[in-house]
Design a protein around this ligand. Sequence first.
Ligand SMILES: [Zn+2]
Ligand SMILES: [Zn+2]
Length: 360
Amino acid sequence: MKWFLRGAIGLVVLLVLTGVAFKVFQARIGATVFERMAGRLVGVDQADALDDGLHVYFCGTGSPLPDPERAGPCLGVLAGKTALIFDTGSGSLRKLMRMGFPVGETDMVFLTHLHSDHIDGLGEMMLQAWIGGSRTTPVMISGPEGTGEVVDGFVSAYRIDAGYRTAHHGDAVANPSGFGARVNEISLPESGAIEVFSEGGVRVQAFLVNHEPVAPAFGYRIDYKGRSITISGDTVQSEAVRDAAKGSDLLIHEALNRDMVAVMSEAAARNGNPELSKVFSDILDYHTSPSEAAETAQAAGVEALVLTHIVPPLPTPMLYPAFLDGAGKKFDGKIQVGEDGMMISLPADSDRMIRRNLLN
Ligand SMILES: [Zn+2]
Ligand SMILES: [Zn+2]
């Protein structure tokens, strides 16, 4: 028994000494770890290490509703060396930058529609593209009619800050000629998809979806070296999405669970907030349920479906089965509830699909 007692006392003493040593050297240990991390990450083009292909960065899988886990709607798409951003919701730019997306190299920002949750981060995006890329010509922003008015507002709101940046960092970093954005307003035919971008082997097509009374509202399809993704934008279940997604590998579709939102509407009414209750019941009619998105994915024949623009907020994956509500039965492929930080890579000229999370 003595040896056991001696061993136990020795262990306690060792633990105490280790704890004391850690406390004493905590600042130095922290500084060393920080220095190593900075050397590995700061100023390094993390996208440079990626294989040729189509890489999708889920920078915002949320909606207008506050969600501790999800930023407002945003997708980054890297196709070869071409960097595209689709929508810039609140908080999404910070996630995109943390994921190592080359924001400074952005070739085009596409907006699906002008609902605030899709444009909240536009000012931040323009600023980061300008400074991060030391641009001498402004970033391009494409979107539906009205995009010019929205961009003008952001440019005006950021003009004072832009002056500070140039004064502080100089023309080599913050050249005034690169501030702001050039706008391309797209008008689309009633049906069918038309090409809105073609560069570096990347082809982007846009098509109209139904998000009434918000009109026009767009979905997009991106093709690069035999790989393809389709983005629904905000829409009710749509044949336009189905048609555009035919032959795509991946469909990224918005999703709202009507039963869960109805529960929120009833709770708001019971808790004496009829206005909030009305907002929740109003949004039921211009989105797509997980099951409907799964039906569209099945009809389009895509390999995989990722749900995004998740309504209501799902603070824990334990809620995913209730949210999906049997959607898996409607689609033979893999369904995933989108999470911020997810990246899906489609290597060029292959049928592989690589999934990882860059923020976990
Ligand atoms: Zn939205
Ligand atoms: Zn919307």
